[in-house]
Design a protein around this ligand. Sequence first.
Ligand code: MLT
Length: 204
Amino acid sequence: MKHVFRKGTDPNAPTLLLLHGTGGNENDLLPLAARIHPGAAVLSVRGNVLENGMPRFFRRLAEGVFDEEDLIFRTKELADFLDQAAIEYEFDRDNLVAVGYSNGANIGGSLLFHYRDALRGAILYHPMVPRRGIPLPDLSGVPIFVSAGTNDPICPPQETEELQRLFEGAGASVLVHWASYGHQLTGMEVDASSEWFRKTFDQE
Ligand code: MLT
């Protein structure tokens, strides 16, 4: 997968796995990583699917309707890529925290839905429920920050609450940050996620 890797200066910090939104690329979220933890190593990946020229992490049949078969295939593809990247770049595979926005948050959520120990934690900006009706792996001890907009036309508040219930049902600790905005990523939620990251991973 196309990607950027930047070595960190803080060897104890989690490596940040950056996952862009639809139409984005591996450079989009790099400034966020610097705000979340400047010393962290960064692995930023570009989605392998193109929708009218726009990179995504998996296909969709319509807005909000995912191609489930492709989602499963792409989630495995990403999980395998992470295993290889950890060997190539010598970062701790067990200390990887996803930071994803929109479509990137959805594949990040899908990693957590499908693979135990895929991630040590996650910051998911405006995620949806990636799949329904499947048992989740044990997510005990996995901290997850979710941000949501009460006026988000792509992810209605009930879907955020459903996602929170599913994650918590699997044992994860979830913090949901609400704002009265839509689907856009705001500076406020990035600040809230940075503070959460510092507290959660003890990176004062
Ligand atoms: C998706 O397809 O993953 C969601 O609708 C979010 C987006 O617009 O990318």
